[in-house]
Design a protein around this ligand. Structure first.
Ligand SMILES: [Zn+2]
Length: 203
């Protein structure tokens, strides 16, 4: 092997190593990407901002990807007044909040915690996501003072925004079950199917 050929050979190896290192770094950066979640707290007499923050921060350790949560007070808005429980109103409410977050220039995912909805004197808890697998998506969660239901509904709606559909097939310990609030618990898990959907969307 001539000297120049030896150099070329080592250059080639060096280049290959660089490529491997670069793709490794790119993969690692992707795998550890942190999704930013801004949660807006609407003042109410059921739960204080402080208690709400303690509850909602718990979703950070309960998602299949890394998320970073910050809690802000919701600015004055008219969306909170759309509070009937009909699906049309719930959709109107989440669209109204979605426009508000755009006006506020919020990047990442946004969740608005609003009081329970009312229909015929009955109160309803739950949540609505602006879509399934939407970057910069918005969700509403209609909250009570109950920590477990706040965490459950927030994880469920965030799951939708991050790409997970309803998990009809799974047993009832799946957080993406459509009737999840009926068996809300801190032990609920994202099923393997939901985790795959979320990883496929995020990465
Ligand atoms: Zn759902």
């Amino acid at each position: 092997m001539k000297f120049s050929k030896v150099i070329n050979f080592y250059l080639l190896i060096l280049l290959a190593c660089c490529l491997m290192l670069f793709s490794g770094i790119a993969y690692a950066t992707k795998a550890y990407a942190v999704e930013r979640i801004t949660v807006f707290y609407e003042h109410n007499d059921r739960i204080s901002r402080k208690d709400f923050t303690v509850a909602i921060r718990q979703i950070e350790n309960r998602m299949p990807i890394q998320v970073k949560v910050r809690v802000l007070n919701a600015p004055k808005n008219n969306c909170v007044r759309i509070n009937s429980a009909s699906s049309e109103s719930r959709w109107k409410q989440v669209s109204c909040y979605h426009r508000l977050r755009i006006k506020l220039g919020i990047n990442g995912y946004a969740i608005f915690a609003t009081p329970p909805l009312e229909e015929d004197g009955q109160k309803y808890w739950g949540g609505v996501a602006s879509g399934i697998g939407v970057h910069n998506g918005t969700a509403t969660i209609n909250i009570s003072s109950n920590f477990v239901s706040i965490i459950t509904v927030a994880r469920h709606e965030l799951g939708h925004l991050l790409g997970a559909m309803h998990d009809w097939a799974s047993r009832i310990d799946s957080i993406m079950h459509p009737d999840v609030l009926q068996f809300a618990s801190l032990d609920l898990k994202f099923s393997r199917w939901s985790i795959k959907e979320i990883w496929d969307f995020v990465y």
